[in-house]
Design a protein around this ligand. Structure first.
Ligand SMILES: *Cc1c(COP(=O)(O)O)cnc(C)c1O
Length: 478
């Protein structure tokens, strides 16, 4: 036991006390011996303020959750209001207005009319997987219980979610605990073989899925994927056409399609939900069988996740027999404060300003300007690939140095920017409320820090490079 020392009581060294008492997520704690965590004591809009009074621009939206900046008035107000009415109740046998309203509005927005709640993204993945397999069982097809994930896919880190996540670093130690899913090729065009076009690569991924389903559909419950952007794979962006093919193939072979919109939902990719960008030849849209939501659902303020599903899935459970019900629960399911925050998020998306602009159209203006401001990065001699969709930008940096991400993260913090590259992919996923001067500061800082870190790496003695951690040490680590 480490007791609080008199020193720590008189002088709150949050970083050191955190190092002693808090086990930080996705962190090799020993790294904090040399690089202690930064203590943040306040936040306003896209800015974080540390205990030394430094201002840090939150360019990754606090792990992709924040939409409208920190301390956003409309969310703060509804939570305060709800706190005076009803804080929390169990959702079994009871219900409350915020959860009913939120479910109705999510149904209107997605066409999936049944909402089940949890508190984090990984739990939403678990729920979707369990619901899918259980629904087939209830329908007399218990052998349909296998899942398909995509190469580089990320769906959370609880045991079930990890079994459909293709990030070896996160999975390896737990392999004996997991029942791994099938991993099929990603349409990410960066995987295309030399001389193969992005279109041909997408088609090859579709063909691989078709071939797998033709053989294994009788044992397959669902395919889970991140629509349009595979975040943890390094902001891999792929064509919406792939999703049209997924819908057709899943229909043909009676396999559920689970759209994990945990990171890409709520305007990140330019539409409210990413799968809405997929269009059939006749212009009609495609609808998943399950949609998982979290992260931006509450604007990044309170933990909440939801799984939305179809009448067909719901009806498979609707029965006189208890065991045919979906007997899954979390204590904080449908928390009223979190539901109110989510309703405020939906209100914010629905609102128009005096010029008739809504959040999505204002984001298009921000995105166009920020894309222009980052032109020097796109033209940088060490930038290999530039990608952009909605409010996500990514650049692959030409470096084999495994410590690039960690070095960049630390140098950026010193420069007043919160950025956590994934491997050698530098990316920006900012709150939607960046002013023009915030955007300039970010765009300039991105290049300045890149040059500084590359100079640092280029000056390394050759031997120190080979001793470093592997490059896959990447996803959420820095
Ligand atoms: C973050 C994320 C999850 C997991 O959500 P947690 O709340 O961190 O458990 C699942 N899927 C995707 C696509 C994510 O980005």
């Amino acid at each position: 036991m480490t007791a609080l020392t008199p020193m720590s009581l008189t002088q709150p060294d949050w970083a050191e006390r955190s190092r002693q008492a808090v086990w930080h997520p996705c962190t090799q704690m020993k790294v904090h011996e040399r690089f202690p965590p930064r203590a943040i004591v306040a936040a306003e809009g896209p800015w974080l303020i540390d205990d030394q009074g430094h201002r840090i621009l939150d360019a990754v939206s606090s792990w992709w959750v924040n939409l409208f900046g920190h301390n956003f008035g409309p969310i703060r107000e509804v939570i305060t209001d709800q706190l005076g009415k009803l804080d929390h109740i169990m959702l079994a046998g009871l219900t409350h207005p915020p959860v009913v309203e939120l479910s109705e509005r999510l149904a209107d927005l997605t066409g999936l009319g049944h909402a089940f709640y949890a508190s984090d993204g990984a739990s939403a993945t678990e729920i979707a997987l369990k619901m899918s397999a259980h629904s087939w069982r209830n329908l007399g097809q218990p052998e349909k219980h296998q899942f398909i994930g995509l190469q580089g896919g990320y769906h959370g880190e609880t045991a079930g979610a990890l079994s459909v996540t293709d990030i070896p670093l996160f999975r390896e130690a737990y392999a004996p605990l997991l029942r791994l899913s099938a991993t099929l090729p990603s349409p990410d065009p960066r995987h295309a073989a030399a001389g193969v076009s992005a279109e041909a690569h997408t088609q090859a991924a579709i063909d691989a899925l078709a071939a797998y389903l033709a053989e294994h559909h009788t044992r397959t419950a669902a395919l889970i994927l991140e629509p349009l952007v595979q975040g943890a794979a390094g902001m891999a962006m792929y064509a919406p056409d792939y999703l049209v093919a997924v819908r057709e193939l899943c229909d043909r072979y009676a396999v559920h399609w689970i759209a994990d919109e945990i990171a890409v939902g709520f305007g990140r990719t330019g539409t409210l939900f990413a799968h809405q960008q997929a269009r059939r030849a006749d212009g009609s849209g495609v609808k998943p069988d399950f949609i998982c939501l979290s992260k931006g659902l509450t604007g990044g303020v309170l933990p909440l996740s939801a799984v939305l599903t179809t009448d067909a899935v719901y009806v498979a459970f609707y029965d006189d027999r208890t065991v045919h019900g979906f007997l899954h629960s979390h204590s904080y399911t449908g928390n009223p404060l979190a539901c109110r925050a989510a309703l405020a998020v939906l209100d914010t998306f629905a609102a128009r300003d005096a010029d008739g602009h809504d959040v999505l159209s204002r984001n298009r203006v921000v995105a166009e300007r920020f894309t222009q401001l980052t032109a020097p990065l796109r033209a940088h001699p060490r930038v290999k690939a530039t990608r952009h969709l909605g409010m996500i930008w990514a650049w692959d940096i030409d470096t084999a140095e495994p410590t690039f991400a960690a070095r960049y993260h630390r140098a950026a913090l010193d420069a007043g920017l919160l950025l956590r590259p994934i491997g050698s992919t530098l990316y920006v996923m900012p709150p939607y409320v960046l002013t023009e001067s915030d955007q300039r500061a970010l765009a300039e800082g991105l290049v300045r820090v890149l040059d500084q870190v590359l100079a640092e790496i280029d000056a390394l003695p050759v031997s120190s490079v080979s001793n470093a951690v592997p490059a896959t040490d990447a996803v959420r680590m820095a």
